[in-house]
Each structure stands twice: as C-alpha cells, then as structure tokens.
Design a protein around this ligand. Structure first.
Ligand code: MN
Length: 195
C-alpha cells in the first residue's frame, strides 16, 4: 500500500467558519497522519505492507486494524464534506435514498441522534445495506467495510473532531455537519459505484 495520507480535498481554511482551520490542522495533520505513521511502523517490511488499505482492514485485527481503519475513515470523512455543503440533497438518486429514510428532515434528526447516542468515540454513517439506505453508528475505529455494507457518508464523533469548534456540544457539531458541510456529490459517487 501507499504509506501517504491522501491530500485534503480543500484548503484547511475552506470550511471556515463552520469548521475552523485549527480543527483541520490538528485533526488532519496530527490525528489522521498520526494513524498512518503508526500503521507504517506496524507493517512496513512485512507481507501486510503489500495489501491495499481496504484488504488490510478486512484481514487484520488489533493495532493494525485500528490504525488502518482510522486512516480509511478519516479520508472518507474529509471527502464527505465541502465548503457551502449540506442541506437537503438535490433531486436524484441520493434524494430518493434519503426519501426512503423518511425525507431530509427525518434523516437529519436520525443521523444527529445516532451520532449523539454513540457512547465514547466512533462514527455515524449513512450506508447502503442490502440496496437500501441505513443510518448506523460504530465504536472507535470500526467501519462498515467489515460488515458487508457500503459506506456512503460518515461524521467523525471522536471528541477531537469537534472540541475546538463546539467544545462538548456534539449535537451542535452534527447539526452543522448536516446543514453546512455534507458533500452530496460524494454520496452520489459512492452510490453509483455500489450499483
Ligand atoms: Mn478523527
């Protein structure tokens, strides 16, 4: 695998004022790259180093799994946001999927509630499960890649994701994510790839 973290798809100040540049500086430069540094130290020079990141996630456990999944989950999280994003998805396949979950307002309520209810650290996801949309939350580094579901969108609910912007207000962070950050084109691309 390539031991470089993917570049951010926007400048570190591009999500201001919703998400501070300081958040991206710590979350991307320290946390995300830190997981890659630890993964590299665990597998470099070993047979696992020849696997792709996704193959590694699906075949490992313990520290290798945790760090590999965190590398993947963070890239997926960055790609699911954009400046001036969020709000209801535009008409099309993604809007149809969201309507299948009760419509935009219900989706927003349920997505925020799932992220808020995740005790401790983890992620809240929109996934494709048996051809239908589903909201779920996962603990720590866990990812739907290992459970046969197709990830479409995620929000990181580790405290490091929102403390600089929202302090302890995880709900406020998730509402801002839904209303101002979601990149629906990324969700649409993942949905197309799944078909
Ligand atoms: Mn994180």
């Amino acid at each position: 695998m390539n031991f470089e973290v993917a570049p951010l798809p926007y400048a570190k100040d591009a999500l201001e004022p919703v998400m501070k540049q300081e958040t991206l500086e710590f979350h991307y430069e320290k946390h995300h790259k830190g997981y890659m540094t630890r993964l590299k130290s665990l597998i470099e020079g070993k047979p696992e180093a020849d696997k792709s990141l996704v193959e590694l996630i699906r075949s490992s456990s313990g520290g290798v799994f945790n760090n590999a999944a965190q590398v993947y989950n963070h890239t997926f999280y960055w790609d699911g946001m954009k400046p001036s994003g969020g709000g209801a998805p535009p008409a099309g396949d993604v809007a149809d999927l969201i309507n299948g979950l009760g419509g935009w307002e219900k989706f927003r309520t349920d997505f925020v509630a799932a992220g808020a209810a995740r005790f401790g650290s983890g992620y809240v996801w929109l996934v494709l499960d048996g051809g239908k949309g589903k909201i779920l939350d996962t603990p720590n580094a866990e990812t739907p890649l290992t459970t046969g579901q197709v990830p479409l969108l995620t929000a990181d609910v580790w405290e490091h994701a929102y403390y600089l912007d929202h302090r302890n207000n995880r709900i406020g962070f998730l509402e801002a994510f839904c209303d101002k950050l979601v990149n629906w084109e990324f969700v649409a691309k993942n949905l197309r790839s799944a078909k």
